[in-house]
Design a protein. Structure first.
Length: 179
């Protein structure tokens, strides 16, 4: 992945989410509040995260338990399937955390050793904040529900958060074309 694409994609995601917060109104608020316990979101996020993780496990190099990749893939696939019946609450949040953690690697690898481009740190900082948030929410997924309740309690908070996300996303989109 090129550094331009690795900076542009998170910028566009932030722009979309920021615009949705600014202009989405009550429909977007209801969607966000329903997300943590949504079975459909759990299938999409956790299912997608599990498939991506299983792909990575299947393609492990020999030095990283590669000789056991079949056993590991089957074991983790069983755990992923069992998660839907054993811990269905907040599975969408955990799946989103998995997707964030897995997507961080190609983004950070695109910026690795690119010292000639200090503006890359705009994207790298966002990725590290997202990693910290994903680790926190993966361990305590109910906190996302609480965060949405707090955010949508006042319109000013929603508008401010939307403006900040949209602004930072626009900054990343502009920075992406400066490399």
């Amino acid at each position: 992945m090129s550094l331009t694409l690795a900076t542009l994609l998170p910028g566009l995601v932030l722009c979309v989410f920021g615009a949705a917060l600014l202009f989405g109104g009550k429909a977007f608020a209801a969607l966000c509040k329903a997300f943590p316990r949504s079975p459909a979101a759990a299938v999409i996020c956790f299912g997608g995260g599990a498939l991506w993780f299983l792909y990575e496990v299947w393609h492990l190099p020999q030095a990283d338990f590669g000789e056991y990749h079949v056993i590991l893939t089957i074991g983790f696939a069983l755990l992923a399937v069992l998660a839907f019946s054993a811990i269905p609450d907040f599975l969408a949040v955990r799946g989103l955390a998995v997707l964030v953690l897995l997507s961080a690697s190609p983004l950070l690898m695109a910026a690795y050793m690119e010292y000639d481009h200090p503006q890359r740190l705009c994207m790298v900082t966002l990725v590290f904040v997202a990693i910290a948030a994903a680790l926190y929410l993966g361990a305590s997924p109910f906190r996302l529900r609480d965060a949405f309740e707090w955010l949508f309690a006042r319109t000013a908070r929603v508008k401010t958060a939307g403006a900040v996300l949209l602004g930072y996303g626009a900054l990343l989109a502009v920075v992406a074309f400066t490399y």
